[in-house]
Design a protein around this ligand. Structure first.
Ligand code: FAD
Length: 396
């Protein structure tokens, strides 16, 4: 593999020449390409960008070339990400197949499973959703009761999953199902891949306060999956599930990946909405809050960078990642609160001509930010996990 400095120069040159101008800068959720049979490109530029990146294997730069990935090692992947960030290039493809299931398959899947699923994920052919939570099993995930019973080479699935993001747009679902009631709850769980295009699978969207409807409830009534779609072995799914959660939390600590809409910073916002007061300057309390936010934000960036360096050198960063997920999502909420306060009356608009599109989006972003400390495991439960696992504090 080429020298990282040389690779950086070549990558920068290629990105400048190939990333369309409209594919640079923050993207609204509807402008992100997520692939799948029901998906379409949000714009011709999005398609061009996706195709160019795919050709180089850079929709999944660090996956092996044999599956269509870029085959980059951690150092080169980091260089690519840094260069994309510096130019503001958007990811050409997003989704839980790419960020969560793919890495888990690379770790736990058989070669046959990897060959079947990985190329379709990185080519955007199949869109995946995550079937973990149930009405009676969220924080206490191991309590799940969606059942799969083996019948020869098939597993027959009955039960329901809730809060399944994007299920109505997805083709396949990776699910945790109960395959045994014997022993501890965790030891009767299987990680199963299920094709959603079958009569026994029904999806019902759930509307949110933000006005979006990204969640669904997913019902299984005698749906089936072939036994070859079990990942990590029958009743061995808990280890796969936990590892996948690690990828999910890592993703959530990458603020830019989860914050949709305008990327106005609190300082931008203060300048725009508050600085033109009678004195032309901000009051000391607001200035103090802004400075604190900026410092926390910078500390977060540095910590993330440090964590990445450590993981490249082979250090296990999973405990720190748990902490970072809490800090990053709470910081994102602080940002949303601060923005809204700085906007004053303009921050109160849900709809109507008195408010600009940007102002309306910021309010929706604020509403959505409430979900960040719940998705991927609520902050309260994360604190319990950190106390037990990372700090090894005694538990009752
Ligand atoms: C934006 C978003 C996207 C999501 N996408 C998906 C998805 O695609 N697939 C999927 O399967 N799930 C998804 N979820 C669901 C998510 O994983 C759950 O909401 C989360 O795990 C919490 O579970 P729950 O909602 O059942 O809350 P509960 O477990 O009922 O918790 C309710 C409250 O009680 C607190 N609590 C619970 N137990 C304890 C405890 N032991 N100590 C202290 N406090 C406790 C929690 O912190 C929380 O505040 C998503 C959630 C959100 C917000």
């Amino acid at each position: 593999m080429s020298d990282p400095d040389q690779f950086r120069l070549q990558t920068r040159e290629w990105l400048v020449a190939n990333c369309p101008a409209s594919m640079r800068g923050p993207a609204a959720p509807e402008a992100i390409y997520r692939g799948g049979r029901k998906g379409s490109f949000p714009s011709p530029d999005a398609q061009t960008w996706f195709e160019r990146m795919l050709e180089r294997g850079w929709t999944a730069p660090d996956w092996p070339e044999e599956f269509g990935g870029g085959g980059l090692d951690a150092k080169h992947t980091k260089v690519l990400r840094e260069e994309m960030k510096a130019l503001g290039c958007r990811v050409p493809l997003s989704g839980s197949g790419l960020w969560m299931l793919g890495p888990a398959l690379l770790e736990f899947g058989t070669l046959e499973q990897q060959q079947q699923h990985l190329p379709k994920i990185l080519r955007g052919e199949i869109r995946w959703c995550q079937g973990y939570s149930e009405p009676g099993a969220g924080s206490d995930l191991a309590n799940l009761s969606c059942k799969a019973v083996q019948e020869g080479e098939l597993l027959r699935i009955n039960g329901t999953k809730i809060w399944t993001s994007g299920a109505d747009q997805s083709d396949w679902i990776f699910c945790l199902v109960r395959t045994s009631d014997q022993g501890p709850k965790q030891s009767g769980i299987t990680f199963l891949l299920i094709d959603m295009a079958q009569p026994g699978v029904t999806v019902k969207p759930i509307e949110l306060i933000s006005g979006d409807s990204e969640f669904c409830q997913t019902f299984f009534d005698d749906a089936t999956a072939h036994i070859r779609n079990v990942i990590g072995g029958l009743n061995q799914g808990w280890a796969v599930a936990k590892r996948l959660l690690h990828y999910e939390r890592a993703l959530m600590s990458e603020l830019s990946a989860v914050s949709a809409g305008p990327k106005l910073t609190p300082v931008d916002c203060a300048l725009k909405f508050s600085a033109a007061g009678p004195e032309g300057t901000l009051d000391p309390v607001t200035r103090d809050r802004l400075a604190r936010y900026q410092m926390d934000r910078m500390a977060m960036e540095h910590t993330r960078q440090q964590l990445f360096e450590a993981s490249v050198s082979g250090v296990d960063t999973s405990n720190t990642q748990l902490i970072l997920k809490i800090c990053a999502t709470e910081l994102d909420q602080q940002r949303a609160e601060l923005l809204l306060e700085l906007m004053g009356m303009q921050g109160l608009g849900w709809e109507g001509e008195a408010f600009s599109e940007e102002e309306l989006q910021l309010l929706r972003q604020w509403a959505y930010s409430k979900a960040l400390t719940i998705a991927g495991g609520s902050s309260e439960v994360q604190l319990n996990v950190i106390a037990r696992r990372a700090l090894q504090l005694p538990t009752r």
